[in-house]
Write a protein that binds this ligand. Structure first.
Ligand SMILES: [Zn+2]
Length: 254
């Protein structure tokens, strides 16, 4: 609703200064069918602790795919968010999704172990009060049989890790396509260009891992807090102009 209100404010502002007849040449079609942007965060990495406040301050929400057996793994160098942090994310309107219990390559497991990892992750989330509807495949690794497992466990979607822009509705909700995972090689301008290049009505799923300047157990899948914030700033401006709408995965596929 915030997005719709934002569009209304912009439209009213244009009308009030007499620009309504000039500006909508390009704006009207984009308001009718904006691009849909989903911000997704994998693994519940501890560095994502900064994301809650950053999204909230921008009036945005994302989808967080949690490795349930990694949560509260504790120690002096925890690699995962805590259940308390995940509670806060959900409280702020973010979506909590499943990403298995231990992050295996699912195609290497037998059927029973696949069930344990996928259904088990949904049961773990349920036990903590989250009715998870969205799932992401570890390493983007799946096949048609695993899609069936995800479906049978009660998840409404399965997200891969590549494929580019997605359609609405998606061709296969258990094989959701994403933009290339964000790495330390990406620039803010590059991230922006992926949205700008998309057509009205298309769905862009960004995949983030580590956010910030320290990466416990980290790899190349990371973005600095400064760059992440700059990207959110840009997305916020685009949203306020009506060219994009930001949605969780579950609010698009449900
Ligand atoms: Zn992962």
């Amino acid at each position: 609703m915030a997005n719709r209100l934002g569009v209304g404010v912009v439209t009213a502002a244009l009308a009030s200064v007499g620009l309504a007849g000039v500006a909508p040449v390009g704006a009207a079609p984009s308001r009718a069918a904006p691009r849909i942007v989903s911000l997704t965060f994998d693994d519940g990495r501890v560095s994502q602790g900064v994301v809650d406040g950053l999204l909230a301050s921008h009036g945005m929400v994302g989808t967080f795919y949690i490795i349930t057996h990694a949560v509260d793994s504790g120690g002096d160098h925890p690699e995962s968010l805590t259940w308390a942090q995940i509670d806060r994310l959900a409280h702020d309107g973010n979506e909590i999704g499943g990403h298995t219990r231990t992050h295996p390559h699912l195609p290497t497991l037998n059927h029973g172990d696949q069930i344990q990892e996928v259904c088990g992750s949904r049961q773990d989330l349920s036990a903590h009060g989250f009715a998870a509807s969205s799932f992401a495949y570890p390493y983007g690794d799946y096949n048609p049989a695993i899609e069936q497992v995800v479906n049978s466990c009660g998840y409404a979607s399965g997200r891969g890790a590549w494929g580019g822009v997605e359609t609405i509705p998606p061709a296969d909700r258990y094989a959701l396509r994403t933009l290339p995972n964000v790495t330390d090689q990406d620039s803010v301008a590059g991230l922006e260009a992926e949205t700008t290049a998309a057509k009205a009505g298309q769905w862009l799923q960004y995949v983030f891992h580590d956010i910030g300047d320290a990466y416990p157990g980290g790899d190349q899948y990371r973005i600095t807090t400064a760059n992440f914030t700059a990207f959110l700033d840009w997305l916020g401006r685009e949203r306020n102009q009506g060219t994009i709408v930001i949605k969780t995965i579950g609010s698009v596929v449900h």
